[in-house]
Ligand binder design. Structure first.
Ligand code: PLP
Length: 373
């Protein structure tokens, strides 16, 4: 039996070790650990990557959402429409800053925000649309931006899982995920497509007013030292992490290509198994495969396959087992049928850079064995 990892960060580190070690050594020599040269340069490089005017780095992707929401300065109880099938960060930060998350359903094939369902949830209190570019694909931004423009809403893109993906508008224009809304947030958690070696996050925006407020909020609400103009927090990206991220940003598109190659292998080998659905590609987006999530015919089949894989040394993960509105902390009495269907049936396979074809073949042949039992 082989032993496979969900993500092999060590193999990636070994491949880029010389550059990473040199970048970290330079920080150690300069000892500019907080707000150092690499933080400033990384912010410029990340903004340039997104063709955006401003990037504000911070301590993690959850803080990035909190800072962005605080920067909007909305009346308490304002509503933020976001998918019910997602990671918890937006829901959690809405509650923390006194806003109300309103959950909409997602598309059963792409797992991305269902814009028709979103539209039905607009109320006089709606102020923000918060799509999540889940698993590495960009939500239908053209329709989302059109709705936001019509109603004068803010758009916050949660880009923690799709950095590097591209959205293609109906006129053929292309834009990087995280560059279309008023503001986007991302996470540099180690397993992310652009991951550092600890925690990190960033906000990307073209809106100078929001950028100025985000910068102040991340720094105790001050723009002049010891003069606190608004309520803020302390949220910083370490210089060591910025140095690592500068190296990895230059490789991000290559990393995405490796993930796409692993996904193509899975697609080819698993695409004809009738009991599972391989992940659909959104029409207007590239896919950078933060996760490769397939959907099993029944919940029982998912638990059976997961157990079988585990017994054969193959890890798998359920993203996400519960709709946000069924979480104890954020409970709401609603039902979103697609969200619930996916929570019961979705399963993620190992994904990342540095996946060997032998490893991929072992994973897919183990899955095939399970279905031929
Ligand atoms: C969609 C999404 N948003 C936000 C976050 C939060 O990022 P962090 O863990 O850096 O706070 C994550 C992290 O898993 C995420 O997947």
């Amino acid at each position: 039996m082989r032993s496979v990892k969900m993500l092999n960060l060590h193999a990636q580190y070994l491949r880029i070790k010389d550059e990473i070690d040199a970048a970290m050594a330079a920080v150690l020599e300069r000892t500019d650990f907080i707000g150092g040269e690499d933080v400033k340069e990384f912010e410029k490089e990340l903004a340039a990557y997104h063709e955006a005017s401003q990037t504000i780095t911070c301590a993690n992707g959850t803080d990035a959402i909190q800072i962005a929401l605080m920067a909007m300065d909305l009346p308490p109880g304002s509503e933020v429409i976001t998918p019910g099938f997602s990671y918890a960060a937006i829901a959690e930060m809405c509650h923390l800053v006194g806003l109300k998350p309103i959950y909409c359903d997602v598309d059963p094939h792409t797992y991305l925000m269902d814009v028709e369902d979103l539209e039905e949830r607009i109320t006089p209190k709606t102020r923000v649309l918060a799509p999540v570019h889940l698993f590495g694909q960009v939500a239908p931004m053209e329709n989302i931006m059109a709705l936001a423009k019509k109603h004068n809403f803010y758009v916050l893109e949660d880009n923690a899982q799709a950095i590097g993906a591209e959205y293609i508008f109906s006129d053929g224009r292309k834009a990087k995920s995280g560059s279309m809304g008023d503001v986007s947030t991302t996470s540099f958690f180690p397993s992310k497509n652009l991951g550092c070696y600890g925690d990190g996050g960033a906000i990307v925006t073209q809106n100078d007013k929001l950028a100025k407020r985000c910068k102040m909020i991340a720094n105790h609400g001050q723009s002049v030292k010891y003069h606190h103009e608004i309520i803020g927090m302390n949220s910083r990206l370490d210089t060591l992490q910025a140095a690592i991220l500068r190296v990895k940003l230059r490789k991000l598109d290559g990393f995405a290509a490796e993930r796409q190659a692993a996904a193509a292998h899975y697609d080819y080998e698993l695409g004809s198994i009738p009991q599972l659905k391989i992940p659909a590609r959104a029409e207007n987006s590239t896919h950078v495969f933060h996760q490769y999530c397939m959907v099993l015919e029944t919940p029982e089949m998912r638990s059976g396959l997961q157990e079988y894989l585990k017994n054969h040394g193959v890890p798998s993960m359920i993203y996400y087992p519960l709709p946000l509105y069924k979480q104890t902390a954020y409970k709401q009495d609603i039902t979103l049928p697609v969200t619930e269907y996916l929570c019961d049936r979705i399963l993620a396979l190992p994904m990342g850079t540095d996946m060997e074809s032998e490893q991929l073949s072992y994973i897919t042949s183990t899955i095939k064995q399970y279905f031929s039992k």
